[in-house]
Design a protein around this ligand. Structure first.
Ligand SMILES: *Cc1c(COP(=O)(O)O)cnc(C)c1O
Length: 467
């Protein structure tokens, strides 16, 4: 549910003991695996009254194959929005019929592949429907839908608001003539059976999301009435439950989301339409933290600055939009025990070479020193899993944590048998780690940036560039 301050302290201490955080391993992401399973349970519990529902995790929130496989194992489907995300979802083991493809700029090749696999697909616009007309094989098992923008307005973060009047996503439903064109598009295509909307993510209030989804329901009924048949069989409700970044509590809950939806449109979840959800941030954010070593502490203009290894490469949104994406920071000693003492404001800066690379400004913390560790809380989604390659910083290692009390079958963590767990699982007092992604090496960074064709601009010219 939430990687509580208490559990974070235990995980950090054990990670230091196990050598996962050290001078030459100065930053890592940690995920609370039991917490992720609890979040999935809360989601499934909130929708338990809906007869037909597919909870498709939005892969972009945490596109790590072992995490996706964990979610598949917990009963989720997967929402993808690029060929790379589709590959990750397939490699994680999601059955094609439990994958939903939503990218806004699908090529003909991507559409063809999705239809051949039987992956569900939501067209972004009417032009994409024309393409599907031409590409749809005779026997096609893909559920096909159309994304609409109910244009109910935005929330507190413009870049996260997908239902504004001029949003780039979906068919803008309130534009003159648009609703009629959508209804006609459905009536002409009996294979088009799903309506999709994603009203917004972080910063969008529940009543706004509910209003947009009620509009989706109203449109489905109108299409069915005009078609004279039950044409729309499912509604894809998008994602976007906001996450509380201020403390450990999970609010709003999935139950509150369901209550908000049914308050505005009681029929929305009554089972007449199958339901797809696409939650991302709310499933993972509070189950992950970023831990980084303090390399130096200095002072400038009367402000204390801690130079750490977590900057914009792992907290891109927070660095560029600090007011919209503030993070809680806590401090630990070199051995991983929580720091005590009077609080002083610190700028928690990162390792990147631009002045704005600061993840927290004037954040009150106990006195920091070289070798201490700082924790950026609630960073399990869209942070270490979506690194930015600026300054050629490596993608950081990510570890899953399993706590003693969360072990399966009541087994004590550390008692597991077999070579696999002895090799991959790191044992310790109540916390086990599994590597989700190893830190990227300098050699890998170089290869990714053309090291295997270093001569290309000296001698690599050919009439037609190859590969
Ligand atoms: C990003 C996205 C989601 C997930 O949003 P969260 O805020 O992470 O829950 C769901 N659906 C679509 C179409 C998206 O683009």
């Amino acid at each position: 549910m939430s990687f509580s301050t208490d559990k974070v302290a235990r995980a950090v201490r054990q990670a230091v003991t196990d050598g996962l955080l050290a001078e030459d391993r100065p930053v890592a992401g940690l995920l609370d695996v039991g917490g992720v399973r609890e979040s999935v349970s809360a989601l499934r519990g909130a929708f338990a009254g809906v007869p037909e529902v597919l909870h498709a995790f939005a892969a972009k929130a945490c596109p790590l194959v072992p995490v996706l496989r964990l979610l598949a194992d917990a009963g989720l489907g997967c929402e993808v929005a690029s060929p790379g995300e589709l590959r990750l979802a397939l490699d994680a083991g999601f059955a094609p019929e439990r994958i939903v493809l939503d990218s806004p700029a699908k090529t003909r090749g991507e559409i063809r592949e999705a239809l051949a696999l039987g992956v569900a697909l939501n067209a972004d616009n009417l032009g994409e429907l024309d393409r599907i007309d031409a590409l749809r094989p005779e026997h096609c098992s893909s559920v096909l839908g159309l994304r609409v923008n109910p244009q109910v307005g935005g929330g507190s973060i413009g870049a996260m608001s997908t239902a504004t009047a001029q949003s780039k996503f979906g068919v803008a439903l309130r534009d003159p003539g648009a609703r009629e064109r959508v209804v006609e598009a459905f009536v002409r295509r009996p294979w088009l059976t799903r309506l999709h909307a994603h009203v917004g993510s972080q910063g969008c209030p529940l009543p706004l999301i509910a209003e947009g989804l009620a509009a989706l329901h109203g449109l489905a009924e109108e299409i069915d009435a005009r078609a004279g048949r039950r044409q729309v069989t499912s509604l894809d409700l998008g994602g976007g439950l906001p996450v509380n970044f201020a403390d450990d509590s999970v609010t709003p809950t999935y139950a509150a989301y369901v209550a908000a939806l049914t308050a505005v449109e009681p029929a929305l979840l009554d089972g007449r339409y199958g339901v797809v959800t696409e939650f991302g941030r709310s499933l993972l954010a509070k189950n992950g933290v970023t831990v980084a070593r303090v390399e130096y502490v200095k002072e400038a203009g009367g402000r204390r600055i801690a130079l750490t290894h977590a900057g914009a490469q792992v907290a891109t949104r927070t660095v560029f939009m600090p007011a919209s994406w503030p993070l809680r920071v806590s401090a630990y000693g070199p051995d991983g025990t929580p720091k005590q003492g009077p609080l002083t404001p610190y700028d928690i800066a990162g390792p990147l070479c631009f002045a704005g690379d600061v993840v927290a400004h004037a954040h009150p913390l106990p006195e920091l020193a070289e070798g201490d560790l700082v924790v950026l809380h609630d960073t399990g989604a869209y942070y270490f899993s979506a690194p930015w390659a600026y300054n050629s910083l490596p993608r950081p290692a990510v570890y899953g944590c399993l706590f003693e009390e969360d072990g399966e079958d009541g087994r004590e963590v550390g008692e597991e048998e077999g070579e696999e767990s002895a090799r991959d699982g790191r044992r310790g007092a109540g916390v086990l780690f599994a590597t989700v992604r190893a830190a990227q090496s300098a050699r890998e960074i170089s290869l990714e940036n053309g090291a295997d064709r270093a001569d290309a601009l000296l001698a690599g010219f050919a009439a037609r560039p190859r590969g």
